[in-house]
Write a protein that binds this ligand. Structure first.
Ligand SMILES: [Zn+2]
Length: 66
């Protein structure tokens, strides 16, 4: 089971580095891994403080069987 969260579920108007809608998906074996992966992404690509988004990331993290 893999946990994942979509960037555009957190930042609906987020643009990626090339100015297109951000389709980044953070993945990990646990919620903490997703939180770390997405936190790094938010900070480096969107200049968003991941601490502010922590609860939103956790709320939008889902599990998949693939
Ligand atoms: Zn993004």
């Amino acid at each position: 089971m893999v946990q994942f969260a979509r960037c555009n579920a957190l930042l609906s108007l987020a643009l990626d580095a090339s100015g297109k809608g951000c389709r980044y998906v953070a993945k990990g074996a646990s919620g903490d891994d997703v939180l770390k992966d997405m936190g790094d992404h938010l900070q480096s690509v969107h200049q968003v403080n991941p601490t502010d988004m922590k609860l939103n990331i956790m709320a939008s993290t889902k599990a998949t069987r693939s």
